[in-house]
Structures are given as C-alpha cells and as structure tokens.
Design a protein around this ligand. Structure first.
Ligand code: HEM
Length: 121
C-alpha cells in the first residue's frame, strides 16, 4: 500500500496549489462567471479525500495516533465541505468573493491538518 500513501502524499501539492489559484482568481474579481477549471480543482480535492478514507481503512488510521486518527480526517473533510459549499453557492449567485472566503477557510484547514512532520514528498 506504499504506492497509495505516496499518491496521497503527492496529490496534497496539487490540491494546495489548486486552492491557491482559485483563491487568487476569486479575489482578483475580474470575472463573475465561475470557470470550469474550478470544478477540476474540486474533483481533485474530492479524490484526495476519497483516497484518504481508503487509506484510513486499509492502514488502520485510527491506530496511528491522535493527529491521523482524528484531526487529519475531520480537518480535511471540513475543508472539502467549505470548498464545495463555497463553489456551489458562488456559482449560483455569480459571487466570486464568496468563493474566495470559502477557499481561504478551506486552505487554512488543509494547511493545519496536513501531517507535515511525515515529510514534504
Ligand atoms: C485534501 C485532503 C488531504 C490531504 C492534503 C492529505 C494529506 C496527507 C499527507 C501529506 C499524508 C502523509 C503521507 C506520508 O506519510 O507520506 C497523509 C496521510 C494519511 N492520510 Fe491524508 N490527506 C487528506 C485527506 C485525508 C482524509 C479525508 C483521510 C481519512 C478519512 C486521510 C487519511 C490519511 C491516513 C490514514 C494517512 C496515513 C497513511 C499511512 O501512512 O498509513 N487523509 N495525508
């Protein structure tokens, strides 16, 4: 299952960079209509959470100490919820500022819930 952990670890960077790009786009405020690529970032984020849930079951995440057992999954699921609610509402209301605020909350949660001491790769 090392390959799955490596994939989960690597995809973190795509999610973080994707969220940062959405944040910059949203606060630049040049366009009200939400571009399609925002959905791609949401899909990647969902995939990462799904992969995390699979790893949690296979590698018995509950037995890996408090951070991985509790805070990591709760923080990441909350981060995904904030992003998905933000993209959905800002799309229907054509309000990029709302997307910016939701993405900011999401990035803060992701950065706080990544187990950084496990490495950067
Ligand atoms: C965007 C969301 C997520 C990001 C960015 C993320 C990131 C990471 C990173 C960087 C690691 C360390 C990997 C390593 O040791 O090299 C990790 C490990 C882990 N993550 Fe996540 N994760 C996310 C979501 C989740 C979720 C939602 C769950 C569970 C419900 C989860 C479960 C786990 C488990 C169990 C491990 C330990 C794997 C092992 O070494 O056995 N992750 N995660």
């Amino acid at each position: 299952m090392e390959a799955l952990v490596a994939a989960h670890s690597g995809i973190r960077w795509l999610v973080i960079v994707g969220l940062l790009v959405v944040l910059l786009w949203a606060f630049a405020g040049k366009q009200r209509h939400q571009p399609t690529w925002v959905r791609i970032v949401g899909g990647l984020f969902s995939l990462q959470v799904l992969l995390g849930i699979v790893l949690y079951v296979i590698n018995e995440g509950w037995s890996q100490g408090g951070f991985i057992a509790i805070w990591h999954p709760i923080g990441m699921i909350a981060a995904l919820a904030a992003f998905q609610i933000g993209t959905g509402r800002s799309r229907s209301e054509s309000n990029p500022r709302m997307l910016g605020i939701a993405t900011l909350i999401s990035i803060v949660l992701v950065l706080a819930a990544v187990p950084w001491p496990r490495g950067m790769m």
